[in-house]
Design a protein around this ligand. Sequence first.
Ligand code: SF4
Length: 374
Amino acid sequence: MKNEIFIIHGTDYRNMAERILKEAGVAEKIGDKEKTVGIKPNYLAAIDPSLGATTHPELLEGVLKYLSENGFTKLVVMEGAWVGARTADAVRLFKLDQLCGRYGAKFADMQNDTSEVCDCAGMDIKICSTALHVDYMINMPVLKGHCQTTVTCALKNNKGIIPNSEKRRFHTMGLHRPIAHLNTKVRNDFILVDNICGDLDFEEGGTPVQMDRVLGFFDPVLCDSFVCETMGYQAKDVEYIRLAEDLGVGSTDLSHAVIRELNSAPDGAVNPAGRSPRKTARLSAHVKADNACSACYGMLIHALARMEENGSLTKDHPPICIGQGYKGKTGDIGIGIGACTKGFAHHLPGCPPRGAKILEFLEKVLQASSRKSS
Ligand code: SF4
């Protein structure tokens, strides 16, 4: 179903990717084994995935393994690094030739590909030929922030399948409109999102927020809307998502989404604060975490970042508590985030609650507490 969202938590990334594809029935959806399947990760440059910018190769391996074990032999992994970087450097860092070779897949560098001019809902856009001629496309973006477009995920990842000259032109057009139009033409049959440790603010990483999740979607607009909610934004605030919906690419309607959680947050939850760069460490200082799951904690960090940006994150507030260590604790302990804190006088339900909900809740509670103290 186009409105399904698959979520899996954990750290065995290769198996998580395989499991999502299996649960979503991707092999059955592709059908004929003779079909050519394209796979588009996000390797904008040779940047280690732990920095929150690039697709973890373990996920790519999971996708290739799944497809090859299901009898698909015409597999093409494709990428074109961003302007100023060479795809070949990313290929070397991620050992993509060897990885593809193990599963009989080809790697195609979109910086060396031919292109064709396509009518994308009234806008002419040059698209790389290899991407245009696959029968099924698995898009593998990273959930992360972007300094110009606020968020980047499925829709914007397809900028990697246009030539460099076209990427430059997209920037002169302000990115939003051309990204939306591009997606009326390119395939987005399945989207497997790397939500392991995407960056808080920037496409090139540096401020990763550990969440240890992999997500699956059939609709790229729904995907990007969900990403907005995770990061404490709303889809309507991101122009290219709204435009893509208007052009019929997909739906932003999360209220009708069917969410399939394939497991619950893992036992032995981690506290990502311990391995945070400066900005996340600063935000973490507002939090009292006790065995918080990565996804829950990550969404709280995204919400706090939005509050810091809009000036609503005050210094003096009751402790913001999160984590499984608060299960069963009751009373006026602080502000509780998530189902584990349901005994608190003030708490936000959800397991985990989404970033946008955390933002709304905290803004209200912090405002009320600063009114009381003044
Ligand atoms: S509410 Fe508790 S169990 Fe649920 S994700 Fe958050 S910390 Fe984990």
